[in-house]
Write a new protein. Sequence first.
Length: 306
Amino acid sequence: MGQIMQTFNERRGDLWQALLQHLQISTLSLLIAMVIAIPLAIWVVKHKKISEFLLQLTGVLQTIPSLALLGLLIPVVGIGTVPAVIALVVYALLPIFQNTYLGLTEIDPALEEAADAFGMSRMKKLFKVELPLAMPTIISGIRTALVLIIGTATLAALIGAGGLGTFILLGIDRNNTSLILIGAVASGVLAIIMSSLIKWLEHASVKTAVSVLAVIVVLLGGGSAYNAYINRTETVTIAGKLGSEPEILINMYKELIEQDEQHIKVTLKPNFGKTTFLFNALRNEQIDIYPEFTGTVLETLAKKSQ
């Protein structure tokens, strides 16, 4: 226990930064998945064949291994937050779409007829009758998706997106149980807190739920805009694998570049998990430099003559 507290105190700043990154990636992914899945489920309620196809499709997407999906996305969209968010959105679609569809289709037909008898328009009936009745089921799907996203988001560290996965990966690489526990416990606590917040929305009105989501979007958008503003200078991105040697080398590169070129901002992306991830990022100009072992180049990257 003493070792865990010592590690926590030494890396408190890094933990808060990783927690913020994890929260940003998870929340953004959840919001995008909701924007896609909920309207789509509302539309297919009256189209049974299409709904069955989409349910099967989202189920198939969720079976794709996360590492394989990240590897496929890097050549297309690069490294960092973008491929991580895309992968997390893919995994969140099924529970949100499925629960929204079930919540709307299981409404008592007598209530639907009553709404029609009052002369409600399609949109008014949706927001005044259908969505409020289906809200507990929809929120349940969102909570399931959120817990799934927060757990899977730890893999975002493998492609330089940061988050609490950096603690877990470093702990595994350095055989440091304290780092693993800090990353895992922090991820679990974050999932519990966010799940409780979503549960609170279960009994809220549609207007309140939309208002809360709008506030979250504004905060995320403001944070992203601020980061873009402060990083508008010329940058050099240096990435490195897990381990002490790559971490030392990329920091040496950073000091040498900033010493000679003070107008350049050097960004470090440490703790990548796979050689192929880094090489694809370099080839697609998502990073500028990364140190590599000669043996790895010869065995993994160099084409062998027949």
